[in-house]
Design a protein around this ligand. Sequence first.
Ligand code: C2E
Ligand code: MG
Ligand code: MG
Length: 249
Amino acid sequence: MRKALKQGEFRVYYQPIISLETDRISEVEALVRWEHPQRGLLSPDEFIPLAEETGLILPLGQWVLEEACRQVSLWRERHPTAPPLVLSVNLSARQLEHPDLIADIAQTLRENTLKPDTLRLEITESVAIEDMESAAAMLQALRGLGVQLAIDDFGTGYSSLSYLKHLPVDAVKIDRSFVQGLGLDPEYTSIVRAVIAVAKSIGLNVTGEGIETTEQLTQLRALSCDLGQGYYFSKPMPIDSISTLLKAS
Ligand code: C2E
Ligand code: MG
Ligand code: MG
């Protein structure tokens, strides 16, 4: 993996996130891939766990951040009148506890002349609640930079809804497993309704992840979910394809 990073075998794919109010793309999420010379395109589930174990997630995560910021900055330059686009980047636990994180992010934003609020960092719920106190301190420091923060995969970490209030974040992303139960299982609908209601009552933005059907989208709209992401709209795609999609929209 170390060699692959040096040889440039990693790719950043981008998945659009749609405003359910305006139907426009308001964000893109950067999702890493490994173009393995023998094994083909590998998904993050196949190598992120190992990267976290070995610590290689630190240079890999920084590379994803730099590459995605560079692309979004280029997009801004080429399309100065396009509506603002937020870039979401996933952070791992290892990155979150690393002392250089804040400085590295600040420098990357500066080098690409991106305003801090263009960047939304996603932290998985289980990471945020595992060590609430130190996570909250780190998140607070990140917020001091002016970047946006989102809790990813919400609903999978068994935290109570009241935890949301204690984390200095701007947004939550409801995990795909809940969205996929919408319309099939009334309990899932109740859970999603409750999450959206609580999140919005404390001023958080809500994204529904993994939307695949019209039914799921209709239900999320009815529950006033702010943003939607999923194969229904588009799969993650390479930079050229997302640029074409952005231009068209
Ligand atoms: P995530 O951050 O929750 O990203 C969303 C995942 O759901 C992506 O999987 C995306 O392709 C997938 N997805 C989106 N819409 C749908 C849908 O409608 N149906 C289904 N079945 N799946 C959908 P992907 O790209 O395989 O990434 C998996 C996870 O790997 C991510 O979950 C994230 O936790 C992690 N990851 C990806 N890139 C990075 C990275 O650069 N750094 C770190 N630390 N983690 C990353
Ligand atoms: Mg994510
Ligand atoms: Mg997620």
